[in-house]
Design a protein around this ligand. Structure first.
Ligand SMILES: [Ca+2]
Ligand SMILES: [Ca+2]
Ligand SMILES: [Ca+2]
Ligand SMILES: [Ca+2]
Length: 183
């Protein structure tokens, strides 16, 4: 069972992906995220970097659809999303894989200066792609960078992702990875 806190965090995560805010995650949301990332990277629509990004997100979406779209209507609604995560997080191997994939994905997309870490400006970019305000990104980044050295390392990000998905401490900074969530 997902705890109350996990349900809140995963609902927040759902809202992040449901970028057009129509109550389900579908291909259109993924296309919009890809477009936002492309703009961030300043890649041309015909570039190989863009093709790679589209391919990666297409794989991600198809994987999500095949395991989470239980009623096969082409979208993943919140109930389907939570059911998907409940199963994924109870399985140790899948949980580990999800934590690693999220970390790798965030670094691949937002570590623009390729130093292997996420700096404050890169974190602001990440929130920007998902339509979250700069001010909030600045506040949250300070919380996530627990040792206060100005960057979130891959190691830190792995810990934060693990906290985000499975932690049940209401004060854990990893809860805020995708921004604050409602009560
Ligand atoms: Ca949507
Ligand atoms: Ca569905
Ligand atoms: Ca960086
Ligand atoms: Ca740090």
């Amino acid at each position: 069972m997902l705890t109350d806190l996990q349900t809140k965090k995963l609902t927040r995560y759902f809202q992040i992906y449901d970028i057009d805010d129509d109550g389900q995650i579908d291909e259109a949301d993924f296309e919009r995220i890809v477009e936002n990332v492309r703009t961030l990277h300043g890649a041309a629509e015909s570039s190989s970097a863009y093709d790679l990004l589209r391919a990666a997100y297409s794989t991600l979406w198809n994987g999500l659809r095949s395991s989470a779209d239980a009623d096969g209507d082409g979208g993943v609604d919140l109930d389907e999303w939570l059911a998907y995560w409940q199963i994924a997080l109870e399985d140790e191997a899948r949980y580990d894989a999800e934590v690693r994939q999220l970390t790798d994905r965030l670094l691949a997309l937002f570590d623009l200066d390729e130093d292997g870490e996420i700096g404050a400006a890169e974190f602001i970019d990440f929130y920007g792609v998902f339509g979250i305000a700069v001010q909030l990104a600045e506040t949250v980044f300070v919380e996530l960078d627990a040792d206060g050295d100005g960057v979130v390392t891959r190691e830190e990000l792995l810990g934060l992702s693990a906290e985000f998905f499975r932690g049940d401490d209401p004060d854990a900074p990893g809860n805020l990875l995708f921004g604050p969530f409602g009560a």
